[in-house]
Ligand binder design. Structure first.
Ligand SMILES: C[S@@+](CC[C@H](N)C(=O)[O-])C[C@H]1O[C@@H](n2cnc3c(N)ncnc32)[C@H](O)[C@@H]1O
Ligand code: SF4
Length: 401
């Protein structure tokens, strides 16, 4: 998600990181997708629908039915994302948590995140979240500039955000993450840095910083919006410096946290761990297989109502594809990734060529993005995505035999 950028690689010494990694037992994540929004933002291509309020209760029943297919799943983290989960009414929120409690009675959530937009998270909903065990709220802000909020199709004002943030903090018991975007049309470096500095005055525990991606089928794409890549790069570079000075740990390309406040759930994705995704368009990775659900709202409901699983595609990741996926997910984390001997052999061309080009560096067993690699991370990751060269496929079969 977001334009992939930049440094912060010296945040932690490697020896500490390796030690930390071996202490962690693999966690399993549960993701619930709530695909409803009041309006569609001009840049957004997520599975999210506006004007579908009448479908919400039908959808929640379908979600409950899908959850009932996984009685043995024991998740360690929960992420309720969207769309806009805070668009649900108080009664609908209660229904979601009832599903979670009933269908995953053995869950032991070390982290439970709820995604919210400032215009729809009222005090009553915050109370329900707290009582239901949510301990992390991810607030989508994007910018504190009222003019820019309007120009990207957001429905909330800067004041809405400030009121919700202070309500959440007053209630207590939540770690708060804020989503910001940079590289927006007509956004100056000054505009972006001002938002960033203002946000820091509120002491959130976590920040996600995404460079605008102009996605197909969005209003921005139709308007042929172009991102000024040099300016976006400068915004990202300056943000990293500011966040580092403010005591944030840059732990993933787009994510910054006060130490100990990294997202456990998202780390499961980046470490190639297992997760179950429920809902329209949700993805899962279980037992080495990736599945993606039907992303049309009504078709998703109809499938479950007729007793079918709502999966639209499923594949077992094997061989060079699996090695490639593990490599590019692992490299997203700035602490780096230690490839297996098999990966070093089969993907030797990629590892060597990226090092030769100065985009990754090696310290002992661990490879990580260089500062330059961070700025062109998408390009680095493309190297690990099929099609692969025939020599690599041959190398893999030699390893196997
Ligand atoms: C799951 S989305 C939306 C969550 C929530 N509904 C909201 O609007 O804040 C999470 C974040 O992705 C980012 N995002 C979405 N579309 C993007 C795009 N085209 N380019 C860059 N960032 C994007 C935004 O920062 C957004 O808050
Ligand atoms: S950015 Fe969030 S609120 Fe806007 S359309 Fe996408 S999911 Fe909905």
């Amino acid at each position: 998600m977001g334009t992939l950028r930049r440094p912060g690689l010296d945040a932690q010494p490697m020896s500490l990181l390796s030690e930390h990694r071996t202490l962690l037992k693999p966690l399993r994540g549960l993701y619930l997708h709530i695909p409803f929004c009041s309006i569609k933002c001009f840049y957004c291509d997520f599975t999210a629908f506006s004007g579908q309020k009448k479908t919400v209760s039908r959808y929640l029943s379908a979600l409950d039915k899908e959850a009932s297919f996984f009685p043995d799943f024991k998740p360690d983290t929960l992420y309720i994302g969207g769309g806009t989960p805070s668009e649900l009414s108080e009664e609908e929120l209660e229904a979601i948590f009832k599903t979670i409690r009933a269908r995953f009675p053995h869950a032991d959530f070390k982290e439970a995140t709820f995604e919210a937009n400032p215009e729809s998270l009222n005090a009553e909903k915050i109370k329900i979240l707290k009582e239901s065990g949510v301990n992390r709220i991810s607030l989508g802000l994007q910018t504190l500039d009222a003019r820019l909020l309007k120009s990207i199709g957001r429905r909330h004002s800067p004041e809405d955000f400030l009121a919700v943030f202070s309500n959440v903090k007053k209630t207590g018991g939540f770690s708060v993450s804020v989503d910001l975007m940079y590289g927006l049309p007509d956004q100056s470096l000054q505009d972006h840095l001002q938002t960033l500095k203002q946000i820091l005055d509120f002491f959130p525990e976590h920040l996600s910083l995404y460079g605008l991606q102009v996605e197909d089928w969005t209003l921005f794409s139709k308007r042929e919006v172009k991102v000024d890549e040099n300016l976006a790069r400068e915004m990202f570079e300056r943000s990293i410096e500011i966040l580092k000075e403010a005591g944030f740990f840059h732990y993933e390309i787009s994510n910054f946290a006060r130490l100990g406040s990294e997202s456990l759930h998202n780390k499961i994705y980046w470490r190639n761990g297992e997760y179950l995704g429920l809902g329209c368009g949700a993805a899962s990775y279980l037992n080495g297989a990736r599945r993606v659900n039907e992303d049309r709202l009504i078709s998703y409901c109809v499938k479950l109502e007729s007793g079918q699983i709502p999966v639209s595609s499923s594949e077992k990741l094997e061989g060079v594809e699996r090695l490639g996926e593990m490599a590019f997910l692992g490299l997203r984390m700035l602490e780096g990734y230690a490839p297996s001997q098999e990966s070093l052999r089969v993907l030797a061309h990629q590892w060597i060529s990226l090092m030769d080009r100065g985009l990754i560096e090696r310290r002992g067993d661990v490879f990580r993005l260089t500062k330059e690699g961070l700025f062109v991370a998408n390009q680095v990751f493309m190297e690990f995505v099929p099609p692969f060269e025939r020599t690599q496929l041959r190398a893999l079969s030699e390893v196997a035999s």
